[in-house]
Each structure stands twice: as structure tokens, then as C-alpha cells.
Design a protein around this ligand. Sequence first.
Ligand code: ADP
Ligand code: TRP
Length: 323
Amino acid sequence: MKRTLSGIQPTGIIHLGNYFGAIHNWLPLQKEYECFFFIADLHALTIFQKPEILHRNILDLTKLYLAVGLDPVKNIIFKQSAVKEHAELGWLLSCVTPISELERMTQFKDKSTQHKDNINAGLFTYPCLMAADILLYDTDFVPVGEDQAQHVELTRTIAKKFNNQYGDVLKIPEALINKVSARLKGLDDPEKKMSKSAPSDYNYIAMTDNPDLIRKKIKKAVTDSGTEIKFTPEKPALENLITIYHLTTGKSIEQIEKDFAGKGYGDFKKELAERLVEFLTPIQEKYNSISDADVEKILAAGAEKARKLAQAKMILVKQTIGL
Ligand code: ADP
Ligand code: TRP
């Protein structure tokens, strides 16, 4: 069976952009592939984290994985830091990764501008650890948002370089990118991606936002000039809201335009808010029903399964290198 692997950093709230750009695309993969879904807690340390908040975020993100329907029995759900082979392989890969490749990474450039007071070595070698996450399990497919495509491409380059140098031990993975949802934009600024690090909370809808807050945020979302509900690049704000409507309801863009023919932005936004409430309420109910103890148990069982595979792969890799 082919393998897929993906992860998210536990660095705070998860918004619709993260959900539709990443987790949502993982759901159908469970049927077809052997899946690894992990919490990228080591990656999170490239930005300063308060220990007690980081721990809370790890549990909450795992809860969300479970609440949206990732099955902990069928899939391997675990925490990156619980399988030390990730860091070990990360080091080996950093020794074949050209600095010039790391310097090209958009995320490094963005994050080192955002966090000028903490441009640490981890932020720079981040893609080597990400490559290790992927290559440790002979992953075939890596479902990620568009902004991570560059890192998956670099993973392929690193794996090929390693294989050329030492022999064919690493499997070359492929990115899986869902075009429609690849990049949701900020509700307050449709020129930029929806992001939890945006200056205003009105930039995003968090998966845990309550109905009143969802209604408030959608009402406040910026709109374009004109009145017609039309999906066009000339109306970037509306294009983004229609995409959200499409993703939450499964209705086609054409159908949405038809349904709102002759109606205005106000009507559309009201409906969109209600559809979002309907979509998020059952997820939130499930989320609230999962205890921290349940999560700890699931993470421990997942790590045990992952560790077995990771250890076997590391033995092979180390032999190949001559360690
Ligand atoms: P943020 O920018 O909110 O801090 P992260 O960088 O932690 O988000 O991204 C976590 C995952 O969510 C990644 O797979 C990323 O591709 C995806 N993602 C983040 N923002 C968006 C967005 N606006 N649209 C689509 N996917 C996104
Ligand atoms: N870098 C990814 C992000 O910021 C998270 C991540 C770490 C990841 N390792 C990975 C995603 C391996 C896919 C595969 O979202």
C-alpha cells in the first residue's frame, strides 16, 4: 500500500485556511493509503514557544485531528518529538543539503523577517528536518498547502543527492496539492493568505470560533466594489468568500453564483455564516468530547507504531553511510 504523510505545527489556533489547505485533503486519503499524520512539535520550536502553551497546543491540535475524522486506529497519529529518529535523520540530511538551497526558501525569508530577534539555526535548517519526517517512512505522497510545496521539492532534491552519494536508500516523494483550497485569503485582506499570525483576529475563522463570532467575522469581512455575486479575479475578496462557501458546502461555484443571482453581498454573507456554523458545530462538539487523557493514549500508541518503522529505516540508512 502506498504511504502518505503530513503534519502541522502546534503553534496556536487552527483556521479554515489550515483546515482546507491541509487536514481536509487528508480525510479521503485514509481510505486509499497507509497514512501518517503527525504533530510537528520540533518544527514549532523554531519560533519561541512558552512550554505550557506548547503542550496545550499539541493536545488541542491532536484533538482537532480526531474531531474532523482522522481515524487513530487506521492511521498512525503521533508527535514528532516522540520518535527521536526524526532529529537523527534530520542531522544526516543537513550534511548533504547545500546552504544555497536553504537560502532560497520563501518561508525562511518570511519568518526571518517576521522574527528578527530570533533568527535561529533551526529556522534555517527547518527543511532538513521536514525532509527527515518524510523520508524516514518511505513516503510516496505528501499532502500540503501550496506554501509547503517548495519544502517538498527540496526534500526530493535532498533525497536524490543522498542517494547519489551513498546508494539508493531514500524513496523520492511527491507533493499532493489541492488547487481550489490551496490558499485561502485573509477575510480582512484578500491580497494575503489567511494566517494565524495576522495582526487582527478578523483575518481568519478559527475551527473553534463560536457561532456569534463566526457571524461577526463574516459580516466584517471586506468585500469588493459592485454588488453581483460573481467568482472572478476582479473581485478577490468575494472570490475568497465563494471559495469558502464552496469548500464548506460542497456546492459548485456555478451553483453558488446561480443561487445568489439577483441577491447582494449582505444576503450572501449571511448565508455563508450560517453554512459555516452548520459545518463547524459538529466538529466542535466532537472536539469538546475528547479528553486530554484520550489524546495522550492515542499519541503514545501512534508513536510506538511509528518508532518501529523509523528505527528499521535508520539502521538501513546508517549502514549505507558507513556509521
Ligand atoms: P499559518 O500561516 O496560519 O501560521 P502554518 O504555516 O502553520 O499556518 O501552516 C499549517 C498548514 O496549513 C500548512 O500545511 C499550510 O500549507 C496550510 N495553510 C496555512 N495557511 C493557509 C491558507 N491561508 N490557505 C491554505 N492553506 C494554508
Ligand atoms: N512545515 C509544515 C508546515 O509548516 C509542517 C511539516 C513538518 C510537514 N514536517 C512535515 C508537512 C512533513 C508535511 C510533511 O505546515
